[in-house]
Design a protein around this ligand. Structure first.
Ligand code: OSB
Ligand code: MG
Length: 367
């Protein structure tokens, strides 16, 4: 298909409540929606990096710059056989996987729509009951956290993940575990806030029987994680340092973790995600799909990805209503009894609410 038109559109969405992690607080999301059209069909992707370089070096503004000045012009007008044909065109440009993923996701949606198929079937998905996990931002006190997680557990979530950071860790985990009891899958995500000097402190978490500890050490590290893993009973999960299948392979070789959080944006799109999923299945690694506080467009892609048979643990695909008063898709992402299900429509299975999107738009570029 010939890539005839590419539209970049930045929208701003206010979160219902601020979301705090060890690297900062998010209250407003600035999301880039990417549309690619061919032969009267349009596919949609989302750039899901943060507004500031806290989680990764990419930001909404760097992604806009890369897409508008380099990536979109490099692919516009090309005639592709399949979505993954875009990767050689983007190969001259190092890094910026979240920006690249915006395009790549739009192409997968476009191809599935042109084939009149739901994206999840188009990529070979098989699972239809998808367990949902909740990611809980850092709260003002252990008591406030305990109260919040008990409320949320009642909604049916299959796993609860607590954001932690230096000085806001053991007491918070203890309070949450005490409030939830032992039968809840509980995890923590440090977003890289600790070092090997904190090994004893992290060891104290073993007593709370966490399903895993996500990214305790540096965002670019897989070596120290292997050392830390030797000292802990709790399995380690890697998030930030995984950008490719090669990164997962090296982490397995080193023993840096036994659980992988796969984020489509962080690895540059569906193509690399599918390779990673296949490899995790072969290696017996536990796998789940991470979230980036996406709109319904990004979430719909995450839902499709999780239907691959290699996904074994609950994914961060909390429903639209968890973060937004109004999401930009119809239908919104929903959860019933802690499960979400693949969306039935063609492509990503959601329609965009163009009137609402127009109101939230702050800039548009059409190439
Ligand atoms: O580390 O998983 C993370 C959000 C922004 C940046 C990093 C992370 C997160 C989340 C969001 O945990 C979870 C969600 O989208 O529901
Ligand atoms: Mg994480």
């Amino acid at each position: 298909m010939k890539l005839e038109q590419i539209e970049l559109r930045e929208i701003r969405m206010q979160m219902r409540t601020p979301f705090e992690t060890s690297f900062g607080v998010t209250q407003e999301r600035r999301i880039i929606l990417v549309s690619i059209s061919s032969g009267g069909v349009t596919g949609y992707g989302e750039v899901s990096c943060n507004e500031t370089p806290g989680y990764s070096y990419e930001t909404t503004d760097t992604a806009w710059l890369m897409l508008n000045d380099l990536f979109a012009p490099a692919i516009l007008g090309h005639d592709l056989e399949q979505p993954s044909d875009v990767l050689p065109l983007l190969k001259p440009f190092r890094g910026h996987p979240f920006a690249k993923a915006g395009l790549e996701l739009a192409l997968w949606d476009l191809w599935a729509r042109a084939a009149q198929q739901p994206l999840w079937k188009f990529i070979g998905g098989t699972k239809t009951d998808l367990p949902v996990g909740l990611s809980v931002g850092i709260k003002s006190s252990p008591e406030a956290l305990a109260e919040f997680v008990v409320q949320q557990k009642a909604l049916g979530y299959k796993r609860i993940k607590l954001k932690i950071g230096r000085g806001r860790d053991i007491a918070y985990v203890a309070a949450a575990r005490d409030a939830l009891g032992w039968d809840t899958h509980l995890t923590v995500d440090a977003n890289s806030d600790y070092t090997l000097e904190d090994t004893d402190l992290l060891g104290q978490l073993d007593q709370y029987k966490l399903q895993y500890i996500e990214q305790p050490l540096s965002n670019d590290d897989i070596v120290d994680h292997a050392t830390l893993a030797q000292s802990l009973e709790t399995p380690l999960c890697l998030d930030e340092p995984i950008h490719s299948l090669g990164d997962v392979r090296k982490a397995v070789q080193l023993g840096s973790g036994s659980v992988i959080n796969l984020k489509i944006g962080r690895v540059g799109g569906h193509t690399e995600s599918h390779k990673i999923a296949k490899y995790c299945g072969e290696q017996g690694l536990a796998l789940w799909c991470g979230g980036m506080l996406e709109s319904g467009v990004g979430r719909a892609h995450n839902v499709a990805l999780q239907t691959l048979p290699q996904f074994t643990l609950a994914s961060d695909t909390a429903p639209s209503a968890r973060y937004w008063l109004e999401d930009i898709t119809d239908p919104e992402i929903t959860m019933h009894g802690g499960l979400t299900h693949p969306l039935g429509g063609i492509g990503i299975g959601v329609n965009l609410r163009h009137d609402l999107i127009a109101k939230l738009t702050t800039r548009v570029a059409v190439l």
